[in-house]
Design a protein around this ligand. Structure first.
Ligand SMILES: Cc1cc2nc3c(=O)[nH]c(=O)nc-3n(C[C@H](O)[C@H](O)[C@H](O)COP(=O)(O)OP(=O)(O)OC[C@H]3O[C@@H](n4cnc5c(N)ncnc54)[C@H](O)[C@@H]3O)c2cc1C
Length: 512
């Protein structure tokens, strides 16, 4: 591990900045985390973002007095943010208030039953017993398994690079012992007999684009991660965390340029040498870090270098995570019975998952995640109003859904479902409304197949099998973000940035 201490940014004088230059492509959480870390280590950092504001999937939409977080809403590993602030000699809590959620989620089943999910074992046992008293013992045993998996798969291995096959082979026995060759759903079925409880304890991979029926059992770790650190909401929305990171980057003398799309990574003699923007501008760099979708990076940004391990054909052969349909809306009244985080389950679970991931068809039924941030933070809407988003997992673009034709019909179907379940009178209360489909994930965020969470978290698309953080294609090219190790989700992408501390050269290496 490299020694890290805050660098002395060259912000207050007129001398040329001679620090080695790091270019970061993209300002998602992975790119922002990388920029903070590289700046602290002594790089002059330039972040290039094609959109007009930072955050990537965590972009913030401001419409008609409402604030809508575009993507992530749940903070599950606050220590990863705290670490970034600490590296800069600051305290996260002085900048952003993280509010602990209780319940974490409210799950509402199609038959009207509710499960209130939180981190308190006694509360959870009571909830489990409501569904099936015989499963309480299984719940206790599942907690232990989840904790064991967390210890190895997250605590020990999420923030270490997996570019060495030797290291991978050395870790394999531990990982096999944890049952990684099994799926989350199979594992959960060992502990719970009740079909509804099997849903409650297996849905977590969907939060990072994985199919519970096929995703490796490692992702049972999420249950423990949530219990150990809680589920938090950033007051002001996720944008508060994005803005905070942008400030940290400025504090290390780094720069973020918006409306700056990278067209290609330049290289010479097998090394990355910089980037060329869409407008033809060239920027030389000592290291290049791509926070663009890893698959997009290898398919479209490699310039004259023809990728070998990640040729376009190989990328196309991979399995991509699901897409998302996200409907953002404001209402001119408050729906006080709607919790901050709600999961509204449809009539089918396994069948719906198969439709989304295997058959890639848009079903008439759906399961929804409903987000009402104004339950905790009324400032995100005009007084007396609510702001919401509701998301529905859908097939990625490989399914061929014509979203121009289907989008509005699908939105209306979701609205109808909300009206008949938890939001009576929604249609009359609607003020602002807009939606995003997998098409926009492709055109706006440059995500291959419009996948919402990059490559699907499968056993053979994880760790060594995922595009490496230290590129297999070019020296001095590094990857952070959802498409590389360890994978999607805010904790995952912040961990990928942390890995740079181990693998990006010490800036002294470049001093001329
Ligand atoms: C709707 C939704 C809800 C989610 N909810 C949660 C949640 O509650 N909790 C959680 O932990 N995770 C959640 N996730 C997952 C999490 O948000 C993502 O995995 C994570 O934010 C992705 O970060 P990233 O670093 O990969 O970058 P991204 O957010 O993917 O950003 C990449 C950036 O690169 C830019 N870019 C791409 N190509 C170029 C180029 N050529 N030139 C310049 N810029 C470029 C893009 O414009 C974008 O800004 C959610 C995701 C979605 C979509």
């Amino acid at each position: 591990m490299n020694d890290i201490s805050p660098s002395a940014p060259n912000t207050n004088n007129t001398d040329p900045d001679t620090r080695p230059h790091a270019v970061v492509i993209g300002s998602g959480f992975g790119g922002l985390g990388a920029a903070v870390r590289l700046g602290v280590r002594g790089y002059r950092v330039t972040v290039l973002e094609r959109l007009d504001a930072p955050g990537g999937r965590a972009y913030v939409h401001h419409r008609d007095g409402y604030t809508f977080d575009a993507g992530p809403t749940i903070v599950t590993a606050p220590f990863l943010f705290e670490e970034l602030w600490a590296l800069c000699g600051k305290k996260l809590s002085d900048y952003v208030e993280l509010k602990a959620m209780d319940p974490f989620y409210k799950l509402l089943f199609d038959d009207g039953r509710e499960f209130s999910y939180n981190g308190d074992p006694d509360d959870m046992r009571r909830e489990v017993a409501k569904f099936n008293p015989g499963d309480v013992d299984g719940f206790d045993r599942f907690q232990k398994v989840s904790a064991k998996i967390y210890q190895v798969a997250f605590h020990e291995l999420a923030a270490v690079p997996f570019h060495s096959l030797m290291f991978t082979l050395k870790s394999a026995p531990d990982l096999i012992k944890l049952g990684g060759y099994r799926t989350v759903y199979n594992t959960v079925c060992d502990y719970f007999k009740d079909p509804a409880l099997r849903v409650v304890f297996s849905f977590h991979p969907l939060l990072i684009g994985g199919n519970p029926l096929t995703t490796t059992a490692y992702y049972c770790l999420i249950a423990h991660l949530e219990r150990k650190y809680g589920v938090h909401y950033a007051m002001g929305g996720m944008g508060a965390l994005v803005d905070g990171l942008v400030d940290l980057i400025a504090g290390t003398g780094g720069q973020i340029r918006y409306d700056a799309e990278v067209a290609k990574i330049t290289s010479a003699n097998g090394r990355a040498t910089g980037v060329t923007l869409l407008n033809g501008e060239e920027l030389a760099a000592d290291v290049v870090v791509s926070n663009a979708d890893a698959s997009w990076t290898y398919k479209h940004l490699m310039g004259d270098h023809k990728p070998k391990r990640w040729s376009p054909a190989k990328v196309d052969n991979k399995r991509f995570s699901m897409g998302l349909f996200v409907w953002y809306f404001g209402t001119d009244k408050r729906f006080e019975d709607v919790y901050h985080h709600m999961i509204l389950l449809g009539p089918r679970y396994e069948g719906l998952l198969k439709d989304i991931f295997k058959h890639k068809k848009l079903s008439a039924d759906f399961s929804l995640y409903l987000h009402r941030p104004t339950a905790s933070d009324p400032a995100l809407a005009p007084e007396g109003h609510d702001s919401f988003y509701v998301l529905s997992p859908v097939p990625h673009l490989g399914g061929g859904v014509d979203w121009d034709a289907e989008g509005e019909r699908y939105r209306q179907a979701i609205q109808d479902r909300l009206e008949e379940t938890v939001m009576l009178g929604l249609g009359d209360a609607l003020t602002t409304s807009f939606f995003t489909t997998p098409k926009e994930f492709e055109s706006r965020l440059l995500s291959v197949n419009g996948a919402a969470f990059a490559l699907e978290p499968q056993l053979f698309q994880s760790a060594w099998f995922r595009p490496h953080n230290k590129s297999e294609e070019l020296e001095n090219l590094f990857l952070v973000g959802a498409g590389t190790h360890p994978g999607a989700g805010v904790p995952g992408v912040l961990s990928s940035a942390k890995i740079l501390d181990d693998i990006a050269p010490d800036p002294a290496h470049f001093k001329k």
